[in-house]
Write a protein that binds this ligand. Structure first.
Ligand SMILES: Cc1cc2nc3c(=O)[nH]c(=O)nc-3n(C[C@H](O)[C@H](O)[C@H](O)COP(=O)(O)O)c2cc1C
Length: 397
């Protein structure tokens, strides 16, 4: 079902209420998502992006209800990832000669995925396309979040088609930001930023500066997932600047795993110490085997410091701990402190392994880590509490 945005622009995407994980299982999507595609009808007709491949037949058939496909003059693909370009094969089977506007890297990624020699028109920042009473201007946005990414700005209606930037994995029949639950919207926009865009913080800041300097009037940000920002679209840009500047709240998050509850007891003792210190701090604890990894990463993103705990298992750490450390390394959060803890039976390698991994992930480790043998006794619990107190003092202003 299509939805009208302005007299000239119609949403022709797909709302996916069922999706619960994305990028394989790399990203949880508790609230579904949408694959947003937009049809512009000016003197020329333009399709911006498509929908994910499993929905290609539905996408093309809905598009046919909206327009004779032969009337599409240009296709713009802002980002070649399959969730946005996946319906191209089905569409291009019907209109094989239609020019596809994308970046030079977009040509590479589209050819890499579909192995088709379509009529590509590579564009770069500053290039424009006259479509009648309005003009499309292209702005390359390399690595936000793929090398091929670009934004397309439509004059007249003052719309920034921003592809994944400013998006949320958030299914809603309500097309616009002002019509949805604001807490849900911001929680999903935050999770999206923390889990996808964190590695590109500097690029986000620079790109926003570049676009702001263009002084373009902005009435809508049409993202490729979730709702369209029409009510004060600058609000999400301001949030992105905040998040990209090594965002942190007065929170310390403890991430641990345990087999026989010893490491959990250490976590609880550390949490007690963190809270008992003379600093105001919000403390959260997550058992990594029982928690959603992406929600945990969002909490880490929000924190001034994190503590990671694991028992020693076969001279190593548990797989859930290794998984989260690998993800933290990839995200490369900056200006955060960290510490390690864990229990062991004889050799006790886990704490050192966690410390090394945290160093590699870019965290500063201000205190020597704590470990305890077997099920921590009273003295070990007291040591963990003291560690918590000292850690809070080190990490909070
Ligand atoms: C399968 C398995 C392998 C283990 N391997 C080691 C090891 O290599 N070195 C060591 O010091 N302890 C080892 N342990 C002992 C645990 O580290 C110890 O039981 C610890 O107290 C468990 O912590 P938890 O109560 O948080 O699960 C192993 C335990 C299990 C069950």
């Amino acid at each position: 079902m299509s939805k009208k945005i302005t007299d000239k622009v119609t949403w022709v995407g797909k709302i996916d209420w069922e999706l619960r994980s994305f990028h394989g299982d790399e990203l949880s999507t508790h609230k579904g998502t949408s694959y947003n595609s937009y049809l512009i009808r000016d003197e020329k007709t333009v399709l911006i992006d498509t929908a994910w491949e499993p929905y290609d037949k539905e996408f093309v058939s809905n598009l046919k209800k909206e327009i004779d496909l032969k009337d599409i003059d240009y296709i713009v693909i802002n980002h070649g990832e399959i969730d946005h370009s996946g319906s191209l094969v089905a569409l291009m089977n019907e209109i094989p000669d239609t020019p596809i506007y994308c970046t030079a890297n977009g040509v590479k990624s589209l050819k890499g995925h579909y192995h088709k020699d379509w009529n590509f028109v590579p564009v770069k920042t500053g290039d424009t396309l006259d479509i009648g009473s309005s003009t499309l201007a292209f702005v390359e946005a390399r690595m936000l979040h793929w090398p091929d990414t670009m934004f397309t700005y439509m004059s007249g209606d003052n719309i920034l088609f921003s592809t994944d930037a400013f998006g949320q994995h958030y299914a809603s029949e309500m097309l616009f930001n002002d019509l949805v639950d604001q807490d849900e919207l911001y929680s999903e926009a935050f999770k999206y930023y923390a889990n996808i865009l964190t590695p590109f913080n500097k690029l986000v800041i620079n790109k926003i500066k570049e676009v702001v300097a263009m002084n373009l009037p902005l009435d809508y940000i049409c993202t490729s997932h979730g709702v369209i920002w029409r009510d004060n679209p600058a609000q999400i840009i301001e949030k992105y600047i905040e998040w990209a500047n090594d965002y942190k709240e007065d929170q310390i998050t403890i991430l641990y795993d345990t087999m026989w509850d010893g490491t959990r007891r250490m976590s609880e003792a550390i949490a007690k110490g963190l809270i008992e210190g003379d600093k105001d701090v919000r403390v959260k604890q997550f058992n990594l085997s029982k928690s959603d990894k992406n929600d945990v990463l969002s909490e880490a993103f929000k924190s001034k410091a994190i503590l990671v705990g694991s028992p020693t298992v076969n001279k190593g750490i548990t797989y859930a701990t290794a998984g989260i450390l690998e993800m933290l390394k990839g995200l490369g959060m900056k200006n955060k402190k960290a510490g390690a803890f864990g229990t062991y039976g004889w050799s006790g390698e886990s704490v050192k392994i966690i410390e090394d991994w945290l160093h590699e992930a870019g965290f500063e480790i201000p205190l020597e880590s704590v470990k305890a043998m077997w099920n921590p006794d009273e003295a070990a619990i007291e040591a963990a509490e003291n560690f918590g107190k000292l850690f809070a003092a080190e990490c909070l202003d």
